[in-house]
Design a protein around this ligand. Sequence first.
Ligand SMILES: [Ca+2]
Length: 284
Amino acid sequence: MRGFLYMRDFRRIKPRTLALALGLLLAAGWRGFEACAGEGGQAGAAAPAPPADVVNYTYTVVNTFPHDPRAFTQGLLFLDGKLLESTGLTNQSSLREADLATGKVLRRIPVPGQFAEGLALLDGKLYQLTWRGGKAFVYDLKTFDKEKEFSYAGEGWGLTTDGHWLIMSDGTSVLRFFDPATFHMDHSINVTRRGDPQPNLNELEYVKGEIFANIWNTDWVARIDPLTGKIVGMIDFSNLLPLADRDPEHTDVLNGIAYDPAGDRLFVTGKNWPKVFEVRLKKK
Ligand SMILES: [Ca+2]
């Protein structure tokens, strides 16, 4: 390869010349290292101060899938190539299962007289909240038969599970942890961002030991430590749904997060969005 020293040429170089060349190389390398450190916000004086304790993320779209634009998404979860979804609005609420790849709705049952909200799956049972109805419904995953009803105080917004508790948002900054067998509250956490309460927590998803919550009426998803309630990261989903896919009359806000643990895939959609996006997160 031209430009490189062959071994026989290398042997002819005087030790002093070699030492000088090595010195120059080291100096260039150090300057390169300094430049990199500055870019990362560590050593450069001009770099903006990094946030004290919240990591900011943006996203790349890995895949796009069709989504029923009439689905007013309130709860979303992934299971075996399908999306299970709870949709809202009075007299339009439903529990449904759709094929991820085609968007085709495979099963759908109405939720009469209620405005359905969050959805979680635990031990073969689907738990569905209602907004102001004070009721949670329990369905068998295989049959979609409604088996039980529970009552709770306050509003129901988002729902997820850590595999033990059902975790529920209600529009405030508080997340409540319920026993799935009794729907009695065990404990709660106050979700804070740099010490301030973060209200409007909506659709939830438990992802690798964190709770993801989209902040209602924004393009932001918070990453929450389930033990302390501290927000440890914020994901900016601005411009996820392209303008060309927005219907000014019907397209509503970002809502709906689902995680596939086996494939480590994250899916995001919105109310009446025609698409579901598989996204990969990256630090800003
Ligand atoms: Ca979810």
